[in-house]
Design a binder for this molecule. Structure first.
Ligand code: IPE
Ligand code: IPE
Ligand code: MG
Length: 228
């Protein structure tokens, strides 16, 4: 495929509704959501997508019940601890954005361990946004610059201090489930991203869905404020 996006951002939405529609508890939707992540990661590697970021837990998701939050955390931890998980099997580099130190110690350690084990992989990098908020990202970057003594900042400085400093801005941002909002994903980085809102719930997303998103992206005319 030519003209493939270098970075795809995914706001994975609809796990709960996927489960409720089937009369299942919401956490089974999250469990199935991890399977959809696996499929998408494999598809990214196959299609030569360099960066794919997954919005997995927002700074606002702490508002959910303790039961749901604990369920999400243990699914993530168990998946990362699996011996043959997709990242190790397909040599995928794992990165994160967001503040990890609010997570339970076992999950925190499992995340750091996976980042360490995969840090030399080069082809495809997946970025998990965990306890991430676009506003929080900007505020933390500005506060860091203030502490360093800056009186004035510019776009370059800000970009270099966001959590995404080593990652290009997303070319395409997808949000599943039919909701058409950003919900505090990469606010600054998305200034010129192409947006696409497929109707399906995240657990139903697969390689075919990803290919369709890329085809739609390829038909867009990106002008970045210019004319062509
Ligand atoms: C996305 O699915 C997963 C997370 C936000 C963690 P939801 O849990 O938001 O599913 P819906 O939107 O309630 O269907
Ligand atoms: C966005 O989904 C956050 C993640 C996908 C992690 P939400 O389900 O939390 O967003 P809202 O509440 O519908 O805006
Ligand atoms: Mg939701």
């Amino acid at each position: 495929m030519t003209n493939i996006p270098q970075h795809i951002g995914i706001i994975m939405d609809g796990n709960g509704r996927w489960a409720t529609k089937r009369g299942l508890p919401r956490n089974l939707g999250h469990k199935q959501g991890i399977k959809a992540i696996e499929k998408t990661v494999i598809a990214c590697k196959k299609l030569n997508i360099k960066y794919c970021s997954f919005f997995a837990f927002s700074t606002e998701n702490w508002k959910r019940s303790k039961e749901e939050i604990d369920g999400i955390f243990s699914l993530l931890r168990d998946y990362l601890k699996k011996e043959n998980n997709v990242f190790l099997e397909y040599k995928i580099k794992v990165e994160t954005i967001g503040t990890l130190n609010k997570f339970p110690r076992d999950l925190y350690n499992a995340i750091l361990d996976m980042k360490e084990k995969t840090k030399s992989y080069k082809d495809t990098c997946v970025i998990f946004a965990l306890n991430y908020g676009g506003r929080d990202d900007i505020i933390r970057a500005v506060n860091k610059l203030i502490k360093e003594g800056y009186q004035e900042i510019n776009e370059k400085l800000l970009l270099e201090n966001l959590d995404t400093k080593n990652i290009p801005e997303p070319d395409l941002v997808i949000r599943t489930s039919g909701e058409m909002r950003i919900s505090n994903f990469m606010l600054y980085q998305m200034a010129y991203s192409e947006l696409y809102f497929p109707k399906l719930y995240w657990p139903s997303f697969n390689e075919k869905s990803l290919k369709k998103c890329i085809e739609i992206f390829q038909k867009r005319n990106r002008r970045f404020g210019g004319l062509n």
